[in-house]
Design a protein around this ligand. Structure first.
Ligand code: GLP
Length: 240
């Protein structure tokens, strides 16, 4: 694991954004994995700026997102599909037909198979952006007794509901989501994980220094050969 610590979220966004933009310049038809949540937003802002400045084109990339809520229409303002369009896809030249998303309202097994095959057909994910939950979850892989494999439907924990329900002002936050499993995430060729703020400090400590255990799903990243972890000082406070 390569760990880099920064002063501001903008610096983290620039660091992650540079990794993505440089790779895309050299590999215009690359496959990028994106995450939702607040953590990657500065990264997306950096990518948008680079695109607006004519430094990079995303016209030929393919994308796959980590997860999506169940029991929520794709058009709802809180769907991850909407989030990604508002925060990135609508502001760059990625083609809509090249955007891959789990359907949180599809039949679980068939949807999982479809997504794994779509990622495989695209050649696998070159760079996967990740955030981390306060309880060490990645995507929506909550702490559990075993590491997960491909995509599946998960019941969200109270910790995740508490953290994410602030975004839901018109309806109650869904309690289920479809998520890429740990096995699928680990197949990404490179992983860039972003964590900011003191609420992530314990999860960051467990991810980096703890045992590799499904009780802290992010700890599996210790076994990936190409992981970059970008932190601010608050998130890094227990490891420095
Ligand atoms: C959600 C997402 C995760 C994300 C996490 C942290 O649970 N499913 O992919 O990493 O939130 O979000 P934030 O970056 O807003 O703290």
């Amino acid at each position: 694991m390569e760990i880099r610590i920064f002063d501001t979220q903008e610096e983290i966004g620039a660091a992650a954004g540079k990794i993505i933009c440089e790779f895309t310049k050299n590999n215009p038809d690359c496959v990028l994995g994106f995450a939702t949540g607040a953590s990657p937003v500065p990264t997306y802002n950096y990518m948008i700026k680079q695109y607006e400045n004519g430094e990079v084109s995303f016209e030929n990339i393919k994308t796959f997102n980590l997860d999506e809520y169940c029991d929520l229409p794709r058009s709802h303002k809180n769907s991850y599909y909407t989030f990604m369009h508002e925060n990135l896809f609508d502001k760059i030249d990625v083609k809509e037909e090249n955007i891959g998303f789990l359907d949180g309202n599809a039949e679980e097994k068939a949807e999982s198979k479809r997504y794994t095959e779509a990622i495989k057909a695209a050649g696998g994910i070159d760079i996967q952006i990740l955030g981390i939950g306060r309880n060490g979850h990645i995507a929506f892989n909550e702490p559990s007794d075993e590491f997960t494999g491909e995509s599946y439907k998960v019941e969200l924990t109270q910790s995740t509901i508490d953290a994410n329900s602030i975004y839901f002002d018109d309806i109650a936050m869904p309690h289920y989501a479809m998520t890429m499993g740990i096995g699928l995430i680990m197949e990404s060729k490179k992983i860039v994980l972003i964590a900011t703020g003191d609420k992530k400090a314990q999860a960051v400590y467990d991810m980096v220094n703890g045992p590799v255990t499904p009780k802290c799903p992010a700890s599996i990243l210790q076994q990936h050969s190409d992981v970059v972890i970008l932190l601010d000082k608050e998130a890094a406070q227990k490891i420095i």
